[in-house]
Design a protein around this ligand. Structure first.
Ligand SMILES: Cc1ncc(C[n+]2csc(CCOP(=O)(O)OP(=O)(O)O)c2C)c(N)n1
Ligand code: SF4
Ligand SMILES: [Mg+2]
Length: 299
């Protein structure tokens, strides 16, 4: 046989393959979630030139650097304020935050809750691997009790956040959770989240196979897939208060919330039209948008 065949990555249109090999460990679920995200961007038929993706710091935080969109790898915990700034500067952009559980709910927790409260029009994809993966497997606000982590060698004892419950309480309009085993369903939820106006949140459970799984005797990445095959239960519309992830027990997955609520931009327009009328610098666009909403409801 002579010569070699060059096989192009099937998602090369949205991946910076020149930056490969990527940094993720073999069997890490982050790559699977990224694959689902790219499929979702295509299913949602979004215009690549009107999209931006923002990540913080961590293993998951590397995602933005591998995606061939306008992408920003920001500082730890600051992906959401950065994304909010992009959306304020250009409301026509589809803005996505793709980051880790620690980045979003520990150091970035304050930004997470306020962006949901404001119903800022962004989509947040959180890879929940139950720990700080990049820095050595320390306990995070999502670590189930009594998991073994590098900072809790005798078992974690702090009660963890249940992210869907936290986000519903804060005001998110779309909330779903899947594991990295649920490739088709995760892709569908990501598609819905991308098309949803307002603050949408998708939690992708993908335990760190190198640090969390090893310390907690969950085996390899393949064993994790088997674990979630046997220990996940689909319950759409489940009450988010009942979605806590217990250590090594069955976890509930599904689309839990899909509601309507005015976005930050709609409220901002409404307030300034009411108070300033035609003196509001966006009066014409705001009135047109409001009319569109009325037509949509009546249709
Ligand atoms: C201000 C600041 N504090 C701490 C760190 C160290 N640090 C880098 S990533 C990380 C945790 C990442 O955890 P997570 O967001 O869950 O991402 P993962 O690596 O698990 O995907 C920490 C604490 C940092 N880079 N900057
Ligand atoms: S350390 Fe864990 S989270 Fe990070 S790439 Fe490896 S398996 Fe994935
Ligand atoms: Mg993490």
């Amino acid at each position: 046989m002579t010569g070699t065949t060059h096989l192009e990555h099937p998602q090369a249109h949205l991946l910076r393959t020149d930056r490969f090999p990527h940094i993720w460990c073999p069997t890490c679920g982050i790559g699977t979630v990224l694959k689902c995200f790219i499929d979702a961007v295509d299913k949602a038929e979004l215009d690549y030139d009107r999209m931006a993706i923002v990540s913080g710091i961590g293993c998951t935080g590397r995602v933005a650097g591998y995606v061939k969109l306008d992408s920003y790898h920001t500082t730890h915990g600051r992906a959401i304020p950065f994304a909010t700034g992009l959306k304020l500067a250009n409301r026509d952009l589809k803005v996505v935050v793709f980051s880790g559980d620690g980045d979003l709910s520990a150091i970035g927790g304050n930004h997470l809750i306020h962006a949901a409260r404001r119903n800022m029009d962004i989509t947040v994809v959180c890879v929940n691997n139950f720990i700080y993966g990049m820095t050595g497997g320390q306990a995070a606000p999502t670590t189930p009790s009594p998991a073994n982590t590098s900072t809790t060698p005798h078992g974690a004892y702090e009660p963890p956040f249940s992210l869907p419950s936290l986000l519903e309480a804060c005001g998110a309009v779309y909330i779903a959770r899947w594991t990295s085993l649920h490739v088709r369903r995760l892709t569908k939820s990501l598609t819905e989240a991308l098309l949803k106006p307002g603050f949408s949140f998708v939690e992708a459970v993908a335990p760190c196979s190198t640090l969390y799984a090893r310390r907690n005797r969950l085996g390899t990445g393949f064993d994790l897939m088997k674990f979630y095959h046997d220990h996940s239960c689909i319950e759409h519309d489940a009450e988010t208060a009942k979605l806590a992830i217990d250590y090594q027990k069955t976890i509930k997955v599904g689309r839990f919330l899909d509601i309507e609520r005015p976005t930050w931009h709609q409220l901002n327009d409404r307030q300034h039209l009411d108070t300033l009328g035609d003196d509001y610098y966006r009066a014409a666009e705001a009135k047109a948008a409001q009319q569109e909403e009325v037509d949509h409801v009546e249709a």
